[in-house]
Design a protein around this ligand. Structure first.
Ligand code: URA
Length: 195
């Protein structure tokens, strides 16, 4: 199995899809190598492309605020995206770009971090990881797949442009944190029962 650093190094050199041509920096992701929670957005925007770090622009500030309000410090989660290079003009990543990037990198990052929960932000993440048509049908819900719990909510960009979405987004992140605590309590109880 590859380490997070090995995957990040491969991403830095990646030319598997055309997005490498227009990027300034790749954005592999950042956070704790053994994070309980992984957060997956869509793809880097302008700020992220300039800095090589995920969610450092306006959406990122809102995400950080929502996480911290829910009792999750940004440094203790692992934050990344479906695609690791900025799509030109902030267009959505194309299906083949998503598939290539997720199968080559994101799944290996998940295997290295082994999060209890993956929070999916917005439709691109929900479509790519769960095959659901859009976030609206699943927001606020959790799904278990291949031993990982996926929690779905809005992309923070949607929350920035609509105050109602912002309230919902903050509540969802709190709900995700509560679900995480229940999963941990359940696991602890099961360990005690099995002992
Ligand atoms: N939007 C995303 O989906 N990801 C980022 O890293 C920044 C903005």
């Amino acid at each position: 199995m590859s380490s997070l650093e090995e995957v990040a190094e491969e991403i830095r050199l990646c030319r598997l899809c055309p997005l490498w041509r227009s990027r300034t920096n790749t954005v592999p992701g950042e956070g704790r190598r053994d994070a309980e929670v992984m957060v997956v957005g869509e793809g880097p925007g302008e700020e992220e492309d300039a800095q090589g770090r995920p969610f450092v622009g306006r959406s990122g500030r809102l995400l950080t605020e929502a996480l911290e309000k829910a009792g999750l410090r940004r440094e203790e989660v692992f934050i990344t995206n479906v695609v690791k290079c900025r799509p030109p003009d902030n267009r959505e990543p194309l299906p083949e770009e998503r598939e290539t990037c997720v199968s080559t990198y994101l799944y290996r990052q998940m295997a290295a971090v082994k999060p209890r929960m993956v929070i999916l932000l917005g439709s691109v993440a929900v479509q790519t990881l769960l095959g659901k048509p859009s976030v609206s049908s699943v927001r606020g819900k959790a799904f278990e797949k291949d031993d990982v719990v996926y929690f779905c909510t809005y992309h923070p960009a949607a929350a920035l442009y609509n105050p109602a979405n912002k309230t919902t987004f903050f509540k969802d992140i709190e709900k995700a944190k509560q679900l995480l605590e229940s999963l941990k309590a359940f696991k602890k109880q099961k360990t005690l029962d099995d002992a």
